[in-house]
Design a protein around this ligand. Structure first.
Ligand SMILES: Cc1cc2nc3c(=O)[nH]c(=O)nc-3n(C[C@H](O)[C@H](O)[C@H](O)COP(=O)(O)OP(=O)(O)OC[C@H]3O[C@@H](n4cnc5c(N)ncnc54)[C@H](O)[C@@H]3O)c2cc1C
Length: 433
């Protein structure tokens, strides 16, 4: 499907709806396009799945199965022309305004479509646009379409055991050898690496430059010698994260993403897409929301209890405030303005609300949260409670988000950065003293 001028948005919405009706199962007729997590998934007690998992406790086979149905859906969507609506035409997109993407997403939200954890959004929402921003023509041709069609999957090889919040401290080395690079080091917390074929890594090519300047980005194929992926078992079950060991892994220079020494800018670009994803969208519907907590309170017969009523009112208010804040941010973008404080606060509100949901269900369920009696909609909350803290860390921890709000929104003095202008090797030496 291709268009030279934007179609009428209502006609577009209508044709998307017709296509979705023909290709996907409707969810709930009454959900409006603008509803968010606060309204989604209001259960009919005892019916259907009671999962409110933030990270799913699945075996490798189940995880592979989930990815394969998500891939089948994405390929169908791609082939029908709905997967790259707002992407430039020369990169394979339809070049439509963001309003068309919002219109499509609003329609799709009324249908049940497969989704599979963090890897597909990372691959399509973070890695593909970063390649669009920094890739050579060849890299764009080789990666963007396959990533957006989920023919291949890419993950984010940024964090290391001693570089998370302070990401610019990565120590994975990239050593030039003729037309090749040799990568050595360890990455950690890599979401979805077990099922990815590629990783976007930042590595240090020069320890004598200041830490932000000695970094270069690479597209790492997981099938080369010297790349080893080891899953990490989570407290909520499952193994969404991995360690990735790079041992003398050789890559051609053609897989360098962006110029030598521009790795930090590549990383910041990718992290910018990650923040956009996690504020109100991305993983924004993970876990349980207000409606499910309310349904639980009703089932337990405690909605008349004053303390419970107060708790539910607070939860509802907080979800609404987050929802309106996200809408304000979306309205600013729609009006062509740059993201304001609402964008910076989005992630904080989202993770705070996930924590409030955990507190509320812990109060309501007490020991039933920890003992699996088989009762629908009770023990299942354990997977929300154990998973929610992860998102307070992922994509920039709460504290780092507060630093950003303090410095960039409130204009408070920046944190002292003593290692900014010394070589990385010297900064490391000073830190060890
Ligand atoms: C669910 C999840 C998915 C993830 N997926 C990926 C992935 O796919 N790829 C990837 O590369 N990484 C991934 N990560 C790693 C993630 O980016 C890091 O965990 C995160 O950046 C924090 O780094 P750290 O774990 O090293 O903690 P640290 O940076 O060591 O922080 C420890 C504590 O100190 C606090 N702290 C640190 N610096 C400051 C400061 N300057 N001011 C105030 N407080 C501070 C932090 O808030 C935190 O509470 C994922 C993490 C999670 C939880």
């Amino acid at each position: 499907m291709s268009d030279s001028s934007p179609p009428d948005i209502e006609a577009f919405r209508q044709s998307a709806r017709v296509w979705l009706e023909a290709n996907a199962e409707p969810l709930i007729d009454t959900i409006s396009a603008e509803d968010t997590a606060a309204e989604h998934g209001a259960p009919t007690w005892g019916q259907g799945s009671d999962s409110v998992a933030v990270f799913h406790n699945l075996s490798e086979e189940q995880e592979a199965q989930r990815l394969s149905s998500t891939r089948a859906w994405q390929q169908k969507k791609f082939d029908a022309g709905y997967a790259m609506l707002n992407w430039p035409v020369d990169l394979g997109g339809r070049g439509l305004p963001n309003s068309f993407l919002r219109a499509y997403n609003g329609e799709e939200a009324r249908f049940h479509v497969p989704s599979a954890g963090e890897l597909p959004p990372t691959s399509m929402g973070l890695i593909a646009p970063t390649i669009a921003a920094y890739g050579t023509e060849q890299q764009q041709a080789d990666f963007i379409r396959p990533l957006m069609r989920m023919d291949i999957l890419g993950c984010q090889l940024f964090s290391e055991p001693s570089a998370g919040s302070d990401l610019a401290s990565v120590t994975t080395r990239a050593t030039r050898d003729g037309d090749e690079w040799i990568l050595d080091g360890q990455k950690v917390w890599t979401s979805g690496a077990r099922f990815a074929q590629w990783g976007l890594a930042i590595a240090r090519h020069d320890v004598d430059l200041p830490k932000h300047k000695g970094l270069t980005a690479f597209l790492v194929p997981f099938d080369v010698a010297g790349v080893e992926v080891r899953p990490i078992k989570q407290m909520s079950g499952g193994a969404n994260f991995n360690e990735v060991f790079l041992t003398q892994a050789r890559l051609p220079d053609a897989l360098r993403l962006g110029p030598v020494g521009e790795g930090w800018r590549v990383a910041l670009t990718c992290l910018g897409f990650e923040r956009d994803h996690s504020g109100g969208g991305g993983g924004g519907h993970a876990g349980g929301g207000y409606r499910q907590v309310h349904a639980l309170a009703e089932h337990l017969g405690v909605t008349g209890d004053l303390v419970v009523r107060q708790m539910l009112a607070q939860l509802y208010t907080d979800h609404k405030v987050a929802q309106y804040t996200n809408r304000r941010a979306a309205a600013r973008l729609k009006a062509g303005q740059t993201p304001g404080p609402e964008g910076s606060l989005g992630k904080l509100m989202w993770t705070a609300n996930m924590s409030s949901v955990s507190d509320a269900v812990s109060t309501l369920l007490g020991p039933r949260l920890t003992a699996d009696t088989g009762e629908w909609g009770t023990y299942a909350w354990g997977e929300h409670v154990l998973g929610a803290p992860g998102y307070r860390i992922a994509g920039g921890s709460d504290e780092i988000q507060r630093n950003i709000v303090g410095e960039r929104v409130l204009g408070l003095p920046a944190e002292p950065r003593v290692d900014k202008d010394v070589s990385f090797a010297e900064a490391q030496r000073l830190a060890r003293r």
